[in-house]
Design a protein around this ligand. Sequence first.
Ligand code: AMP
Ligand code: ZN
Length: 475
Amino acid sequence: MFLYNTLTKKVEDFKPINPPKVGVYACGPTVYDYAHLGHMRKYVGDDILVRTLKYVGFEPKLVMNITDVGHLTSDADTGEDKMEKGAQKHGLNVWDLANKFTQQFFDSTTALNVKPPDIVCKATDHIPEQIELIKKLEVKGYTYKTDDGIYFNTSKFSGYDKLSGMKLNKLKEGARVETNPQKKNQTDFALWKFTPSGVRRQMEWPSPWGKGFPGWHIECSSMSMKYLGEQFDIHTGGIDHVPIHHTNEIAQSEAATGKIPFVRYWVHHAFLSVDGQKMSKSLDNLFTVADVTKKGINPLALRYLYLTTHYRKTLNFTWKGLAAARRGLERLTESVRRFQTDQQRLSLSPEKLKKIDAYRQEFDTAISSDLDLPQALAIAWEVVKSNIPSTDKYDLLRDFDSVFGLNLAQTTSQVEVLPESLEKLVKQRDSLRLAGDFTGADKIRQKLLQLGFVIEDTPTGTKVKKGKETNETLS
Ligand code: AMP
Ligand code: ZN
């Protein structure tokens, strides 16, 4: 398996520390507002990485954090606290805010068929671990105190720019304007911030340096090392994390343990953009998974859309693009269901057997080549169009789907295979709903009922089952 490693700027043969085990740490969401389709691209990307590792025979363990404290609006460790600001905006206390948006995040990933991480860890549940790590850095002489907190002295750590490849003066230029004038170097970052005197924060803890809260980066170092060891295999994040968050994670982790490298492979996902700009809370150009389902679109169409672009390339989101992905997903699903019902086993000619083997190999090569999912999807379509028997198409596509995660091969007990005329009615109803014609949509629902079919609008799309309407389906 080959992966692009931001640390070496090369596609490398992936060799874990203790094969077949693979430790993976994913930077999780900051839960101060709605998780959007940009976030989802990154977490579907992590899910694809983990599924691929499993497919090729590794045993990955995925740890993901929840940032519920310490992330300030400025990268220079000044500005407002995102959580406290979010709490004001939503009229909640910070703890309820964190719960609300953690739930919304997992509702979204679940709708996209993202498997839950093996360990989910919250920053606020790991304050003692973060304090311990800062103490270690203090003993080794990497820290200093200013009026507003304890800082990491980046000039004491050689190789600070090894991940970003940016010279220190470039990093300085990239930093935001509001800075703490007591900082010794512009790239120095907060490990612990003090609660300002006369202020009572909703989230604050005692520490050897005074009451306050941890800086943003320290949580990821302490939790990843707690659950995966002082050195581990893969760390993921969006590309925005390269110059600051991950650069700082490496500096403080390697300084504390003396073990280099902290992480062997750094995997960074490109953005989902809108009109050429990153989809983000601060730019107010975001859509959520709920916006997708409200339009009657199966969220897995979004997953399909993500798979059509390599994870290291920017993907521009448009509703038109999503509609095309939806058609792609529907056609692929219909094909797989057709192959599923056509369960005739034939004895195969050697040529056909070879072809089946070749498809399997091409798929393995694609996913192992730095997760080339667009190519893997193209191979799935070749299988659909090929002349191999339906049973073998079905077997291949079901195996491929263990990486795609598109639920192509749902069992007939979950979803009825519908006659074509009924599917037309369902699609017609979806379009009416999309256009806001709920009376028209309801007429079709009634018609389907008369034909003995019940319709359910679930977060993962419209489902149709044989049977009568009950209170549960009447939503
Ligand atoms: P945050 O909640 O801002 O801490 O972001 C959580 C993760 O989502 C980070 O790894 C970000 O890089 C990633 N992310 C945020 N916005 C986008 C986007 N528009 N496209 C892709 N990834 C994103
Ligand atoms: Zn992180």
